[in-house]
Design a protein around this ligand. Structure first.
Ligand code: ADP
Ligand code: MG
Length: 228
């Protein structure tokens, strides 16, 4: 596959603690994610999936190694530049939706677009289109508390991709959903990748859903390795 490299991790190291509490988590992670590709990150609890996603998403700095987004090395950049790149190129979805409770589904998806400077009408139009795409257009005016878990996660995904990022990072996005609902959420992410060229890295414990992705990787001894 020769699609453009959306995200490149090279020699990533990350530890927690110091001295007696020194705990190495990532010990030289190399990983390439290409546009339009979906990759499942399947590894036991505590192996560093969240740490890896946070470093990849420019939410944390690695202790060593380089994160390149769309070919641009990000380590040496100022916090402002990193934040700008994160907002433009990276969408993040968490296990719990983190939607703003006071706002409707539509408004939650408009928010990142307004922050990016889009006019309100355009942001609303794209938010509505994304809700339709996720097959929850009829829930546009509902607040998060009025949505089911699966609907909340689909809104969270729509919000994550509202600014058409290059990369979607999802940290056990279906961890608290029933299997059928989890299936819909995975389908939505896969369809987005296929149709918009989004690159997706999705941490999950669900092997069945992982098998729907293009590739599967795990974390072994602090490194990312391909699963067959
Ligand atoms: P996963 O997402 O695969 O469950 P994490 O990346 O959350 O794993 O955590 C990897 C390891 O790092 C775990 O052992 C966890 O306890 C430890 N850890 C995570 N965050 C911190 C922190 N802020 N301080 C100390 N240890 C941490
Ligand atoms: Mg985790």
């Amino acid at each position: 596959m020769n699609a453009r490299v959306a995200l490149q991790l090279s020699g990533i190291e990350r530890h927690y603690g110091e001295g007696d509490t020194y705990l190495p988590i990532l010990k030289g992670v190399d990983f390439t994610l290409r546009s339009g590709e979906t990759v499942a990150l399947v590894a036991p609890s505590g192996t560093g999936k969240s740490t890896l996603l946070h470093v990849a998403g420019l939410l944390e700095h690695p202790d060593a190694g380089e994160v390149a987004v769309n070919g641009l090395a990000c380590n040496g950049l100022s916090d402002d530049r990193r934040t700008a790149i994160r907002r433009k190129e990276i969408g993040f979805v968490y296990q719990f939706h983190h939607l703003l409770p006071e706002f409707s589904a539509l408004e939650n998806i408009m928010m990142p677009q307004l922050i990016a400077g889009l006019p309100k009408a355009e942001a609303a139009e794209r938010a509505a289109a994304l809700l339709d795409y996720m097959r929850i257009g009829h829930r546009a005016s509902h607040r998060p508390a009025e949505l089911s878990g699966g609907e909340q996660q689909r809104v969270a995904i729509a919000r994550a991709v509202a600014n058409a990022p290059l990369v979607l990072l999802a940290d056990e996005p279906t961890g608290n959903l029933d299997p059928e609902t989890a299936g819909y959420v995975f389908e939505a992410m896969e369809a987005l990748a296929r149709q918009s060229g989004l690159a997706a890295l999705i941490a999950t414990h669900n092997h069945e859903l992982a098998s729907l992705m293009d590739r599967r990787v795990t974390i072994e001894d602090g490194k990312v390795v391909e699963l067959k």
